[in-house]
Design a protein around this ligand. Structure first.
Ligand SMILES: [Zn+2]
Length: 90
């Protein structure tokens, strides 16, 4: 059984306040995430090993955006989204 069999996966966007490293201006940015929510029940056909892995599995989300464009019209530079972790448990 694959890890993806344990989760329902869907894209979601969330708003984060991020400060541009070039001009220092904070702004609200929509960041897209891939959210993997643990299924309520183990899928059919699971064996003991799958059951143990499923018990340990935790819902999480993976950041899909790596770069953002600054919203400050005097800056407009692109920067890396390093202030938000790339994987977060939910
Ligand atoms: Zn900027």
């Amino acid at each position: 059984m694959e890890e993806r069999d344990f989760f329902d996966e869907r894209p979601e966007s969330r708003t984060h306040t991020i400060t541009c490293p070039h001009c220092g201006q904070p702004g609200e940015y929509e960041v897209s995430w891939l959210v993997r929510r643990k299924k309520a029940q183990l899928p059919r056909g699971a064996d003991d090993r799958d059951r143990a892995r499923f018990a340990k599995a935790q819902s999480y989300m993976v950041r899909r955006d790596d770069m953002l464009g600054c919203k400050n019209i005097r800056c407009r530079k692109r920067f890396d989204v390093t202030s938000i972790q790339s994987v977060a448990f939910i």
